[in-house]
Design a protein around this ligand. Sequence first.
Ligand SMILES: Cc1cc2nc3c(=O)[nH]c(=O)nc-3n(C[C@H](O)[C@H](O)[C@H](O)COP(=O)(O)OP(=O)(O)OC[C@H]3O[C@@H](n4cnc5c(N)ncnc54)[C@H](O)[C@@H]3O)c2cc1C
Length: 308
Amino acid sequence: MILMEEQARVGDSASGFSLHSDIVANYILNFGNEEQKQKWLPKMATGEAVGSIAMTEPGTGSDLQSIRTTAVADGDDYIVNGSKIFITNGYLCDVAVVAVKTGDINGGAQSVSLLIIEADRKGFSKGRPLKKVGMKGQDTAELFFDNVRVPKSNLLGMEGMGFIMLMKELAWERMMIAIMCVAGAEFALATTADYVKQRKVFGKPVSAYQNTRFKLAEMRSEIQVARVFVDRCMEQVLKSELSVEAACAAKYWVSDLLSKVVDEGVQLHGGYGYMLEYPIARAYVDTRANRIYGGTNEIMKELISRSI
Ligand SMILES: Cc1cc2nc3c(=O)[nH]c(=O)nc-3n(C[C@H](O)[C@H](O)[C@H](O)COP(=O)(O)OP(=O)(O)OC[C@H]3O[C@@H](n4cnc5c(N)ncnc54)[C@H](O)[C@@H]3O)c2cc1C
C-alpha cells in the first residue's frame, strides 16, 4: 500500500510494479503448486521475470465468460490459440497468467481456466506497445497465441476454476485501484493548492477567490471521505473480510472522485492545466483509465447491485 501510494504521490503512472507484485504474483502464490511457486516467485521478487495477467480479448472485456482463447488438451500438453488485448506489462512480460477456455468455447464460467505461459514459448508473440492517451511510460500490449504448446503442469489450480480465481483476486485488484486513486486525488489537490496560491489574477492569488476556496474545500472533504473508506476497506483486507461489493464500491467511487478532482484541478490551473509540463495535466490523461480497467465502473455497479 505504501509503494502504491508513493507512486501515485509523485504522479508516476509509468511502472506496472503493483500489477506485477500484487496481482500476478498473488495468483501464483495463492493458487500455484509448490513447483510453480519455486519456479516463478523468486525470479519475480528480484525482477528477473516480469509478470502480466491476460484476461481481456479484442472481442470481450467486461463479459469475461465469453473469452475465445482456447486451450485444447493434447497428451500432457494444451494447445493454446487466441489473442489478448490491453495487457499491462504485456510487451515486457516474461510470464503471463492467461485466461483460457479449457471446456466448451461457448460454455460459461465453468469452462474458464488459468494457464501460466512463458513468453519464450513457440507461437507466443507480442504486438507493439499500444498508443494510449496517457500512461505513456507503461507498456500495454496485445498478445497472440498461435498453436502454443503449454504443459499441463502450467495449469493454475484446477481446470474450470479460472473464473472463481479471477473473482477472488479481482477484489484485491479493485482495492489496489482505490488505494492508488485516493493517493492520486490527494496529490492532485496538493499540486492544485500550491498553484493557486502562487498564480495571481486581477492582482490577487487565485486562492483568494471564494470560488477557488470552495472548490478546494469540496475536494478536501470528499477526498477525506474516500480516505476513510479506503482505510476501512484495507482493515477488512487485513482480516480477510473485504467483500466483493466493498471492493467494487471503493474502485468505482474513488476512481470517479479522482477524475472529478483532477478535472477541477485542471480548471483552477487555467491554460497551464492543459500543458503536459504541469503535473495536473499529466494526471488528467494518466488517471482516466482507472474508471475502465479492473472492470469498468458500470460493471462495479452491476456487481454491487446484486448484493442489494
Ligand atoms: C490502460 C489499460 C490497462 C489494462 N490492463 C489490462 C490487463 O493488464 N489485463 C487485462 O486482462 N485487461 C486489461 N485492460 C482491459 C480492461 O480491463 C478492459 O478494457 C475493461 O474490462 C473493459 O472491457 P472492454 O474494453 O472490452 O469494454 P466493453 O466490455 O466493450 O465495454 C464498453 C462499454 O460498455 C459498458 N458495459 C459493458 N457491459 C455492461 C453491462 N452489463 N451493463 C452496463 N454497461 C456495460 C462498459 O462499462 C463500457 O462503458 C486494461 C485496459 C486499459 C485501458
